[in-house]
Design a protein around this ligand. Structure first.
Ligand code: FES
Length: 133
């Protein structure tokens, strides 16, 4: 098990249109970050930070989050439902934190993670000889 810290970045600038109206929107990122934090505390998780961020450059897929950790792949995930998926995000973060390299097996990924991954970036120490799925 890795002891490296994990960070969940949560975009607090994402605009979620209300009733499909682009000029009328909410910004649910702060609420999402607080809900993730509450789920992590409820689960007794440690070593996982929830950190608000201004923009992750995926503004068309609100809400956007990222999972990052030392020596792990970083995952950028969009289209997160702030009202219903905080618990699943907290669960993924715990799996991410305890994984060797940040890669979570496909069958263990909740739907938001399967459908929402926009990209992943290897750790700085990555070399092509390492196995990634
Ligand atoms: S405003 Fe959230 S990714 Fe840009």
């Amino acid at each position: 098990m890795s002891s490296a810290r994990t960070t969940i970045f949560v975009c607090v600038s994402c605009r979620l249109p209300i009733d499909g109206n682009e000029s009328d929107f909410e910004k649910p990122g702060s609420e999402l970050a607080a809900a993730i934090e509450a789920h992590l505390q409820g689960a007794g998780a440690s070593g996982i930070d929830v950190r608000p961020v201004e923009c992750l450059a995926v503004c068309k897929r609100p809400c956007t989050i990222a999972f990052a950790g030392q020596d792990k792949w970083t995952y950028l995930v969009g289209g997160v439902d702030a009202k219903s998926q905080a618990g699943e995000i907290a669960d993924v973060a715990q799996r991410f934190a305890t994984s060797e390299d940040g890669i979570i097996p496909w069958k263990e990924r909740p739907l938001f993670f399967r459908k929402g991954v926009i990209g992943r970036v290897p750790p700085q120490t990555y070399r092509i000889t390492e196995k990634a799925e």
